[in-house]
Design a protein around this ligand. Structure first.
Ligand SMILES: [Cu+2]
Length: 294
């Protein structure tokens, strides 16, 4: 049943190799493309530890930027840095767990022995959130994952929205829309996961929280994209000169509906998050976040 996956995984590196040789052009992936590390304008050193952590665990790059990653293994066991989408990495981690030691190699990954360092030359061509993980069996599950945020190089031409606002909507960010919940003992899944150890989450709670966050991010990004499009339509309406009253009312109503949906998506996620935590965990969360006791 998993054969197709194994095949896809085994052939991915071949596809890279063929594209290098055959077309002289590196293969474009959904998270960017391999580039000679010598061309990098920026070096990012990432430490890997036996505590199953990457340091830093969050990196922000600009769309089009060429990065030379230098993963350094500070531990006593083998570690890897593998770039990809969350979906890809999750599937591969599962596969590696079932087939420990399975050989795999591609330009978007580096296997690093204890005390050594590796190199990945990568250009991030698409804005969005991507990840890097260690796929040595069990390491991903232990939390060995980091995030790369790729900022769009597109400057917002929407007068009422800054480029940052557009970025945030497209990435499904909170933007203050969740405050009514967050500040009233209804945490969001992202902060809960960040504080997972201190909140003593059970394995079930971690899984359910991660699932809630992924579903939420996907939904918020979708609504965010529609909201940005609606704001652009409103902007263009005025840019066109004389505006009809009913067209304006319609355009404004559309942005308002989408903004409401965006806010609801966040608040609803916080509402669900609360049902996954105990009262003691909720109180601990408030304390950890520095909210006043009530
Ligand atoms: Cu590892």
């Amino acid at each position: 049943m998993k054969l197709w996956l194994i095949a896809a995984f085994m052939f991915a590196p071949l596809a890279f190799a063929q594209d290098h040789g055959g077309h002289g052009r590196p293969k474009e992936t959904s998270f960017g493309r391999p580039v000679d590390a010598k061309k990098a304008s920026r070096v990012v050193r990432v430490e890997m530890s036996d505590q199953m952590r990457f340091t830093p665990a969050q990196i922000t790059v600009k769309q089009g930027e060429i990065v030379r990653f230098e993963p350094v293994n500070k531990g006593q066991v083998m570690h890897e840095m593998v770039l990809g989408t969350l979906d890809d990495l999750k599937k591969y981690a599962e596969l590696m767990k079932k087939n420990p030691g399975m050989p795999h190699d591609a330009p978007h990954m580096a296997h690093v022995a204890p005390g050594k360092s590796g190199t990945i030359g990568w250009q991030f061509t698409t804005p969005g959130e991507f990840f890097y993980a260690c796929l040595v069996a069990g390491h991903y599950e232990a939390g060995m994952i980091g995030k790369v945020t790729v900022q769009s190089d597109r400057v917002s031409n929407i007068k009422a929205l800054s480029s940052e606002d557009v970025e945030q909507y497209l990435s499904g960010a909170g933007m203050g829309y969740a405050k009514a919940a967050e500040l009233n003992r209804h945490p969001g899944p992202m902060h809960v996961l960040e504080l997972a150890d201190q909140l003593k989450l059970t394995a079930e709670q971690r899984t359910a929280t991660a699932k809630l966050m992924e579903a939420h991010k996907a939904e918020a990004r979708k609504i965010g994209a529609r909201l940005v499009a609606a704001e652009r339509a409103l902007d263009e309406l005025f840019r066109g000169g004389a505006v009809a009253g009913d067209a304006l009312a319609q355009a404004v109503a559309r942005t308002a509906v989408l903004e409401g949906e965006y806010r609801l998506a966040h608040l609803e996620t916080h509402r669900r998050m609360r049902t996954l935590l105990s009262d003691a965990q909720l109180a601990r969360y408030d304390a950890l976040r520095g909210y006043a006791a009530r």
